[in-house]
Design a protein around this ligand. Structure first.
Ligand SMILES: Cc1cc2nc3c(=O)[nH]c(=O)nc-3n(C[C@H](O)[C@H](O)[C@H](O)COP(=O)(O)O)c2cc1C
Length: 340
């Protein structure tokens, strides 16, 4: 028994056979993909399932989804099936059962397990029906797709949830979580892929020394179980003739990625500028000719009672942003857009 493709992970890069040759799963990216495995073309259950998907196809299309039926029948047998019943869903063939196996849709005897997989626009498996009963199934898939489509139209939930919170719990952050943050940061894009970020994790004694560099206003960061110092140099990234130095930009991207990964893990990752840079560099052995751009304070959410009145209020305050029309323009700088 295979475990099948993993939920919330990119689906494996595999190919199916169409009438006109190979079709790679990655070729569906940019749209949702309903991939449904059925045992045998022309049998009553498989016909009904294909007809149900066919009749709902206009609604799937409105939600930017393609519906693809997969079986071990050859492309010719599938073509006869499509023609005989006037089916509108795409049929693709997997004669060797390789794609079935990758999705855990192969029974022990080699037959297909009727099952359906909902894959999002970036190729990530978001939902699965491992054992399908045909009755009402196409409608059920459509309902789930609609929920997913609507959720995906919103600003990413991690971006919405992230805040520069200050109330930290007295609880260590595991090394594995810190490594995930570093990996996320290191996957940021950079000019010419120069990767200008240099990240120094501070825990233990180094962290205690680093805390001596904090300004008074950042008293709350003294409770942090870890920090990540982000350092760089102008020469580590693109320097364009009109004064565009990209190292700070690259480091900002890396910190953005790190913060989102932290949010996913339930961690606070709060970048600060309030520290004595010479002292902080000394504490971590960062060379003088590097810029210490920020310290990212890490920790688990804690009790706001440890904060000053001002910070306690900020902790649960709504987002404070300028109107979008003040910072974003359409076609011409300064040209406002009517945004609520
Ligand atoms: C580069 C940078 C430096 C910051 N420095 C500090 C700081 O020294 N102390 C602090 O309490 N917050 C600091 N912040 C947090 C900001 O005040 C916070 O991100 C901003 O008010 C927006 O709030 P939000 O992140 O919750 O949306 C800093 C943020 C950034 C990006």
């Amino acid at each position: 028994m295979t475990m099948g493709a993993r939920l919330f992970q990119p689906v494996p890069e595999l190919a199916l056979q169409g009438r006109d040759g190979e079709v790679r799963l990655s070729s569906f990216r940019g749209r949702y993909l309903v991939l449904y495995f059925f045992p045998k073309a022309g049998t009553p259950g498989c016909t009904r399932e294909a007809q149900d998907f066919t009749s709902l196809l206009p609604e799937f299309s409105r939600l930017d989804a393609q519906v693809v039926g997969v079986s071990r029948d050859g492309p010719e047998a599938q073509a006869r099936f499509v023609d005989k019943y006037g089916l509108k869903v795409t049929m693709l063939s997997d004669p060797q059962g390789e794609v079935h196996r990758a999705f855990g849709a192969l029974k022990e005897g080699g037959g297909a397990q009727r099952s359906t997989f909902l894959i999002d626009r970036v190729g990530v498996l978001r939902y699965r029906w491992p054992k399908v009963r045909v009755e009402g199934h196409a409608q059920e898939v459509l309902t789930m797709l609609r929920a997913l489509y609507e959720a995906d139209q919103q600003v990413n939930p991690l971006i919405q949830a992230r805040r520069a919170r200050r109330a930290l719990a007295n609880r260590p952050v595991p090394e594995s979580a810190i490594l995930a943050l570093l990996e996320a940061a290191h996957l940021a894009p950079s000019c010419f892929n120069n990767q200008p970020w240099r990240l120094v994790v501070a825990t233990g004694e180094a962290l205690e020394e680093l805390k001596e560099a904090l300004t008074g206003g950042n008293y709350w960061a003294r409770r942090a179980p870890a920090m990540v110092a982000v350092a760089s140099q102008r020469d580590l990234d693109c320097k364009l003739s009109d004064g565009r130095d990209y190292f700070l930009f690259g480091c900002g991207m890396a910190v953005g990625f790190l913060m989102l990964q932290a949010t996913q893990l339930g961690l606070i990752a709060h970048p600060i500028a309030g520290y004595d840079p010479a002292k902080a560099k000394e504490a971590l052995g960062i060379p003088d000719d590097y810029v210490l751009i920020t310290l990212v304070v890490l920790g688990w959410p804690g009790d706001p009672a440890v904060l000053s009145d001002k910070h306690r209020e900020l902790e649960s305050s709504p987002r404070d942003r300028k109107p979008l029309s003040e910072v974003a323009f359409w076609n011409r700088f300064g040209q406002g857009m009517e945004v609520e």
